[in-house]
Design a protein around this ligand. Structure first.
Ligand SMILES: Cc1cc2nc3c(=O)[nH]c(=O)nc-3n(C[C@H](O)[C@H](O)[C@H](O)COP(=O)(O)OP(=O)(O)OC[C@H]3O[C@@H](n4cnc5c(N)ncnc54)[C@H](O)[C@@H]3O)c2cc1C
Length: 159
């Protein structure tokens, strides 16, 4: 009876079946995982942020560092830039020097869906389609905003 389009970068493709233009573009992000030993006080392991670079504890003696923000070119293509990842790494080591003594265990990249010419996220009824909602384009805050997104949609599903 009801459909929620929550397909990230696949959402425009689905919306076009309903003759509704939706412009969501990829913004690439790279991150690194470190492992080895606990840095600093074992009983106080906060996420640390400086200049939009984040060091996030991911279990005992593990840390994620990220992320780059890489926009597509005029053709809509975006390729991971090693130099940008190095800059993030150097910035993290500058405010958390202990990282350089840990092992880099993983390097990762993903595409964030960013709405073009409208704020993120897109949570609204698809114009002209009462039974279809969009819950997509969360860009850099998809994890953070997942509960709030559900809170907006649940009353509609239950109505
Ligand atoms: C480098 C990086 C850093 C991030 N940092 C943060 C952060 O600090 N805080 C935070 O809150 N979030 C963060 N995120 C998460 C990010 O904000 C969310 O992943 C993003 O908003 C995507 O969420 P989504 O659920 O809309 O899309 P996705 O996670 O892309 O999920 C869409 C799903 O739809 C599926 N799909 C696509 N097309 C179709 C189709 N035609 N039919 C059926 N299914 C389809 C895909 O397979 C996928 O499973 C980060 C992401 C990246 C890549």
């Amino acid at each position: 009876d009801r459909v929620i389009i929550a397909a990230g970068l696949g959402s425009p493709f689905l919306a076009q079946y309903l003759q509704t233009p939706l412009d969501i573009r990829p913004v690439l992000g790279q991150a690194i995982a470190y492992e080895g030993e606990i840095l600093g006080d074992p009983d106080f392991q906060p996420a640390i942020t400086s200049g939009d670079v984040h060091v996030v504890p991911s279990g005992v003696g593990g840390y994620w560092v990220g992320a780059t923000v890489e926009f597509p070119d005029e053709q809509g293509e975006v390729m991971a830039d090693e130099q940008l990842l190095n800059e993030v790494k150097e910035a993290a080591i500058a405010f958390c020097p202990g990282l350089q003594h840990l092992n880099m265990t993983e390097q990762w990249s993903g595409l964030r869906p960013r709405p073009h010419n409208q704020p993120a996220p897109v949570i609204s009824q698809l114009p002209g389609h009462e039974q279809v909602w969009l819950a997509t384009g969360h860009y850099r805050n998809g994890v953070l905003l997942a509960p709030a997104t559900a809170q907006i949609l649940i009353p509609w599903l239950q109505s």
